[in-house]
Design a binder for this molecule. Structure first.
Ligand code: K2U
Ligand code: ZN
Length: 173
């Protein structure tokens, strides 16, 4: 397993729509394992393949609270098939947009269908932080970011800040 670099704003790839995975093979399983290692090291509770530069519909999650307990979830070609009526706000961060927090209201529960690491179709009912994280990660697969929930003005200010930082980083290397 290996830790992978996480791409950050303003990388254009973060805006790409990821492609479905046709076959769950060992390469997909290795990528999922590397993404889990990368997520735990960040640390984070979710990660989409696009965030490590792979434009495929794969995400990993682990919302287990306890330090010494891991409950990893790997979702291939995830599809939300039902959304609850109740909305709940959560101040979301994003590993691809460091040090930015956006309060986003999302449905508090959902049902998601996906393929697991063994290639088996699964269906999961989720609520709470897991429901929020699933929606956040599927947004990534469609090129949507938390800053899209801000006003145009605020979003452009953040993108300008990250573009300036990227210029400074490239000048200092
Ligand atoms: O996709 C990502 O960038 C990882 C996100 C996933 C996430 C964001 C907001 C709400 C739920 C999931 C996070 O940066 S992982 C960091 C984190 C840790 C604990 C609670 C919320 C977010
Ligand atoms: Zn994110």
């Amino acid at each position: 397993m290996s830790k992978l670099p996480i791409i950050i704003l303003p990388a254009p790839l973060l805006r790409a729509k990821s492609a479905p995975i046709e076959r769950v093979d060992d390469d997909v399983r290795r990528l999922a394992a590397d993404m889990l290692e990368t997520m735990y090291a960040a640390p984070g509770i979710g990660l989409a393949a696009i965030q490590v530069g792979v434009q495929r519909r794969l995400l990993v999650l682990d919302v287990s609270e306890k330090e010494d307990e891991q409950n990893p979830l790997v979702m291939i070609n995830p599809e939300i098939v039902k959304l609850g009526d109740e909305l709940v706000p959560y101040e979301e961060g994003c590993l691809s947009i460091p040090d930015v927090r956006v309060e986003i209201e999302r449905p508090s529960s959902l049902t998601v269908r996906f393929i697991d690491r063994e290639g088996r179709p699964q269906q999961l009912d989720a609520d709470g932080l897991l429901a929020t994280a699933i929606q956040h990660e599927i947004d990534h697969l469609d090129g949507r970011l938390i800053i899209d929930f801000l006003s145009r003005l605020k979003r452009d200010m953040i993108v300008r800040r990250f573009k300036k930082q990227a210029r400074l980083d490239s000048e200092s290397t």
